[in-house]
Design a protein around this ligand. Structure first.
Ligand code: PHE
Ligand code: NA
Length: 455
């Protein structure tokens, strides 16, 4: 154990941690998922619940997850075991890390398929294929891709290999430096798209959809989805942030970094929404169109705007990059566990895990064509079969339950002195956070859950 500690490197600065954690947080969740689930769940009221969940549940639990990682100094499963034993409780808390590892694998299986759509759209954009797209032809273009399992598998494979290569090497310094340049670039490009949205004459209609709160639209499904998305978008509840936290230098402030990451992540999502919804209305599209929303709306805009082939290509390259830095963190906990507990070489571990996620990904590939089926969940109609099942299982159940366990462990099981020492906050700041973590986050989480499932 002391051996492991010595072997466990630290990142050079707080900034490196912020970059890696931001790379994990900002991804498809912000640009692909947030807009489409907002559209499906009627807009404003959903967005409000999501923002409340970020502030009252996501941020306090993110601080807890980082501190568990930094104090545990190992991969999530082993960190949890060590910390539980240190506080005089059962090492069975390691199960928590185990569920997280599983959640990461399941999420990666579909994440990689969707990232594959983005890879394919880089080429579409660069080939000028967005020129003159209308709502109908843009929908048909995506439909042709989704209806072609072989093509989907090709892009899914390319993205899987990209991810495996980086995780296998375990050297990410290059990638963190790239985050520093490419994240701001993505931000600027989203601003360009918001600028374009302003020119459509439908900007206010889009903004209204996002921010005008109408509680009658708030279904139980919307509440559950908003809660789950708060975890998904912050990469919370499955050990990714815990794994990265283990590399965070001792002096760095956990509270400040958490705020920085949560603010950036939320801004990117809201900008994506403001870029997309005006286009939805300008082109007479359906806000609740589902997972294809971004891939139908933005190409229409790129096809129309000045320099659209260039902006479109750069946009999808940046989206792939954002998805890549998230995907790396999705399989990091599983890889680190194999390295520490099964004595595997890092590269063998990374390629093994990727083989599993790649195979599972084929289920999502088929979900949009041959294997598609519908079902009802919490009163909402789902149409994308196993993709929806995997999404609900992970975002709605596994991540929030993982987060709940992290809150309960840090707030009630761990010795308060350890927690206080790790956070290094002022007395007042600490108490405020501690009460949030012990009471507000778990009770609110449990209430939303139980209420929405109709118990
Ligand atoms: N936060 C990432 C996104 O928004 C997805 C993710 C979830 C990454 C969980 C790691 C762990 O795209
Ligand atoms: Na995110």
């Amino acid at each position: 154990m002391s051996n492991q500690k010595a072997a466990h490197e630290q990142w050079s600065s707080r900034f490196t941690f912020v970059l890696a954690a931001t790379g994990s947080a900002v991804g498809l969740g912000n640009i692909w998922k947030f807009p489409y689930i907002t559209g499906e769940n009627g807009g404003g009221a959903f967005v409000l619940v999501y923002l409340l969940c970020i502030c009252l549940i996501g941020i306090p639990i993110m601080m807890a997850e980082i501190l568990l990682g930094r104090r545990g100094q190992q991969s999530p499963i082993n960190s949890m075991r060590t910390l539980a034993l240190e506080s005089g409780t059962s090492g069975a808390w390691a199960w928590l890390g185990g569920i997280g590892v599983l959640a990461g694998i399941l999420i990666m299986s579909f994440y990689s398929v969707i990232a594959g759509w983005a890879v394919s759209y880089v080429i579409e954009a660069a080939s000028g294929h967005f020129n003159g797209l209308t709502g109908e032809t843009a929908g048909a273009k995506l439909g042709a891709l989704l209806g072609d399992p072989l093509q989907l598998t090709l892009w899914h494979t390319i993205f899987s290999v990209m991810t495996a290569v980086v995780v296998a090497r375990g050297v990410r310094s290059g990638l963190e430096k790239a985050v520093r340049i490419l994240m701001p670039a993505l931000f600027v490009l989203l601003l360009v798209m918001v600028g374009y949205a302003l020119s459509t004459g439908y900007f206010m209609q889009g903004v209204n959809f996002l921010f005008a709160v109408d509680f009658t639209k708030l279904t139980p499904e919307a509440i559950l989805t908003a809660l789950g998305h708060a975890f998904f978008t912050l990469s919370l509840g499955m050990g990714a942030i815990m794994a990265y936290g283990s590399y965070m230098p001792k002096e760095a402030s956990i509270a400040k970094t958490t705020f920085a990451i949560a603010i950036m992540d939320t801004l990117v999502a809201l900008l994506a929404g403001m870029a997309i919804f005006p286009l939805v209305f300008a082109n007479g599209l359906e806000a609740g169109a589902g997972p294809g929303l971004v891939f139908v709306t933005l190409p229409i805009a790129f096809g129309e705007m000045f320099g659209g082939a260039f902006f479109g290509t750069v946009f999808f390259v940046l989206l792939v990059f954002a998805a890549w830095t998230s995907a790396i963190s999705l399989i990091e906990p599983a890889t680190a566990w194999l390295v520490e507990n099964r004595d595997m070489k890092r590269s063998t571990a990374a390629y093994s895990i990727t083989t599993v996620t790649w195979l599972l990904g084929l289920i999502t590939v088929m979900s949009f064509s041959h294997w598609s089926f519908g079902f009802e969940f919490a009163g909402a109609q789902k149409t994308d079969g196993m993709f929806d099942v995997l999404d609900i299982l992970t975002s709605t159940f596994m991540l929030p339950l993982g987060g709940l366990a992290i809150a309960l462990f840090t707030g009630w099981v761990m010795k308060k002195a350890y927690v206080q020492d790790e956070l290094g906050l002022s007395q007042g700041g600490f108490n405020f956070w501690y009460q949030l973590l012990r009471w507000v986050s778990p009770l609110l989480l449990a209430y939303l859950f139980i209420h929405s499932l109709g118990f």
